[in-house]
Each structure stands twice: as C-alpha cells, then as structure tokens.
Design a protein around this ligand. Structure first.
Ligand code: HEM
Length: 387
C-alpha cells in the first residue's frame, strides 16, 4: 500500500517535471524565433550589401542576409510605385532614384559650369575693355539733349533691373553661399542672411514679373526685327572698329536680342519659379515636353509630381545663371563700356551726338519731330498780324 502510494507520487512528480521542461523548451523556442524574426531583414526594404542610398553614402552591412529579394529591391531602387491608402499618393514610391541625379547635378555641373560662365563673361569684358577701351562719343558732347526714355519706361526698367539684381544675389546665395559666405561670416550669420534672402527671393519675384510685363508692353513695338538689324549684326554693331556706326532705330539688333532673351528667359524663370513657390500644383514640364515632342523631340511626358519639381528646380537655376551672364554684359555696356549711355536710364535724356552715332535713324526722326514742335510753338507765340 505504502509502496504503491510512493510509486504514484514519484510518477506524478516525474510527469510535472517533464511538463515543466517541455514548457521551458517551448518558451525558449518561441523566444528565439521571435528574436530571429526581429533580426531577419525585411526582404522588401533591406538593400543588398554595398548598395548606395540617395545621398551618396554607402550602406554599411557586414552580414549578407540570406533571404532578401534582389529583384524587388532593384525595382524599388529604380523607382517602383506602390500603393498607399493615405492622401499623399507620392508616398507610394519608396525610393525616388531621380532625386540622386537631381542632387548630383545641383551640387556638381550646375554651380561649377555657372561659375565658369560668369567668370568667362567678366574675362571677355575685361579683355574687350583693354583692347577697345571705352566707346566714346566720337564727335564729342553736343551739349544739347533729346529725350530717350519716358518716366514710365524708366520706371519699368528700374523695377525690372532692381528686382532682378535682388533675385540674382539671393539666388546665387542658395547656390554658392555655403562656399563663399559661410566660411567668411560663420554659421550663425550665414543662417540669418540665408533665411532673409529666401523670403526676399520669394516676394521680390512678383516685382520682377510686374517689371517684365511693363517693359514688354512699352518696348514690344520697338523690338521687331528689320533688315537694318541684319546690316547692324554684319558690321558687329560697330563695336570693334572706331568710326563705324551702323544705322539703328530706337533699339539696335543687339538690344533687340537682349530684349527677347530677357522676355523669354524671364517668362520661363517666372513660370518655373511659380512651380517652385507652389510645389506639386503644376505639370509644366510634362506639358512642355509634349509640345516639344511634336517638333521631333523624344522627351518623357509621364512625369511624377516629384520629377516635375526636380525639372523645375534645375531649369530655374540654368535660366537664372544664363540671364545673370547676359546681364553682366548689359550692365557693362550701360555704364563703364559706353560713354553717354547711362543717362538714358538715369535722367531719360541723351546727348544729341550720342544719339546720332548709336541710333541715327531714331535720332533723325526725333530731332525732326522736336523741330516741328518748336516751329509750331514759335508760330503760336508770334503775335498775329494786325488786320
Ligand atoms: C545696374 C544695372 C543696370 C544698368 C546700369 C542698366 C542700364 C541700362 C541702360 C543705360 C539702358 C538704355 C540703353 C540705351 O539707351 O540704348 C538699358 C536698357 C535696358 N535694360 Fe538695363 N540696366 C541695368 C540692369 C538691367 C537689368 C537687370 C535688366 C533686366 C533684367 C535690364 C534690362 C534692360 C532692357 C530690356 C533694356 C532695353 C534694351 C536695351 O537697351 O538693351 N537692365 N539699361
């Protein structure tokens, strides 16, 4: 009886011990598998070892996981679009690979070539100044002036010019500030200046657009090409030979080219600027590319909103730098390069001899008109003969 009881009790304890051991084994097994599950790479998001991520850094990944999906990662890396249920559908794209290309262009060829172009125009102008010198009024100052630009024309010019200069300086700060200014003034001051410059850039853009529209309206009629422009261009505008003054109306061929470069460049700059000011609201480039494709180009017309923004950013900078280069030349000729030119935009008056040399057709007509007005005034002032 006793022996039977003892035997049953040992049997129950052995059973309990076995159950406990089994429980511990199960818990350990579950625990390990959950740790492994946490360590295991998610096949859809983990890049293969050595892959680079947008930004150019290398993924440091010593262990090569066994179960990543190479094909899937490749597609994700190439910009595969997934689906998301949140309103921002752009989030469906895990990796936007064009961002890397945009960033490389933005930090490489764009500022580098832009800087070369600006330096090149300064060098060319300096060489021109050394060789040709200041273009002087050959017959000397006449001492009499004629009106070259009305108040409205000058207001439009200075609205356009001052806003462009502010936009150029604040825009150049975005491209070159961290290399040129930051080391000179330190991070704190550079940060303050850059924040102010960004605000200025965004708001002054509207003054630029207004100046562009105004000058377009007041000067359009003077900027249609004529055969005189062909002659003017063939003679290099008389810029390289002293005593050569090809005839020109109010604007010569060089000025007409400048006018159209500024109008078309300014329009393109404004549209791409608006696309940047109001992100993801426009599809400017897909539409432009579709039109260009009609002319035989083969440009992509299915662009994602992010690609639209990248094109807008790159194009805006390219056009801006090109216009800065052109305007450096314009400012040179309007100030240092040509005697008597600045007063046209300063007071609105130019010396008669300057006008006859550089815009002979326009000057002759204006002088004729002035003489007619003067003659009419003299006639009106003369006392009527007694009857
Ligand atoms: C300090 C800067 C500038 C100076 C000193 C200056 C000077 C001048 C002068 C003297 C003229 C009249 C030329 C003539 O009588 O034939 C002129 C015309 C003109 N300027 Fe400017 N300008 C400046 C900046 C700008 C800027 C930034 C723009 C546009 C973004 C611009 C656009 C024009 C245009 C479209 C004309 C009419 C076409 C021409 O004469 O070339 N100017 N400027």
């Amino acid at each position: 009886m006793t022996a039977g009881l003892v035997g049953r009790s040992i049997g129950r304890r052995a059973l309990a011990l076995a159950a406990m051991l089994a429980g511990i084994a199960l818990a350990l097994a579950l625990g390990m598998s959950s740790v492994r599950a946490q360590q295991a790479p998610s096949s859809s998001v983990r890049p293969p070892p050595g892959a680079s991520i947008p930004g150019g850094r290398e993924v440091v990944q010593p262990e090569r996981p066994g179960n990543y999906d190479v094909e899937l990662w490749k597609k994700v890396r190439e910009g595969l679009n997934g689906q998301v249920s949140i309103p921002d559908k752009k989030a469906g794209q895990l990796v936007q690979s064009d961002g890397e290309a945009w960033r490389n262009f933005r930090n490489g060829p764009l500022p580098r070539d832009g800087l070369w172009a600006m330096l090149a125009v300064v060098v060319v102008l300096a060489a021109f100044f050394l060789l040709r010198g200041r273009i002087r009024i050959e017959h000397g100052w006449a001492g009499r002036t004629i009106t070259r630009f009305s108040d409205l024309e000058r207001f439009g010019h200075w609205l356009l010019a001052s806003s462009f200069i502010i936009l150029a300086l604040t825009g150049l700060n975005v491209l070159y500030g961290r290399y040129a200014l930051l080391p000179l003034i330190g991070a704190e001051a550079f940060s303050r200046i850059s924040i102010a410059a960004k605000w200025l850039h965004d708001y002054v853009a509207f003054a630029f657009m207004a100046g562009l529209a105004l000058t377009f309206v007041v000067w359009l009629r003077h900027n249609f090409p004529t055969w005189r422009d062909v002659v003017w261009l063939a003679k290099g505008g008389g810029m390289f030979v002293k005593g050569s003054h090809p005839p020109a109306w109010k604007f010569n061929a060089g000025q007409k080219i400048l006018f159209w470069l500024i109008m078309l460049g300014g329009l393109s700059l404004s549209l791409s600027g608006i696309a940047l000011l109001f992100p993801f609201q426009t599809a400017l480039f897909a539409k432009t590319f579709a039109i260009l494709n009609l002319l035989g180009f083969h440009l992509p017309t299915q662009l994602t909103p992010l690609q639209e923004m990248q094109y807008a950013s790159s194009w805006h900078s390219i056009v801006a730098l090109a216009l800065v280069v052109v305007i450096i030349g314009h400012i040179y000729i309007g100030t240092l390069g040509m005697q008597g030119a600045f007063s046209a935009m300063g007071t609105g008056q130019v010396d008669v001899n300057w006008a006859k040399e550089h815009h002979s057709l326009w000057a002759e007509r204006e002088i004729e008109r002035m003489e007619e007005v003067a003659a009419a005034e003299t006639a009106a002032a003369r006392p009527a003969p007694a009857e």
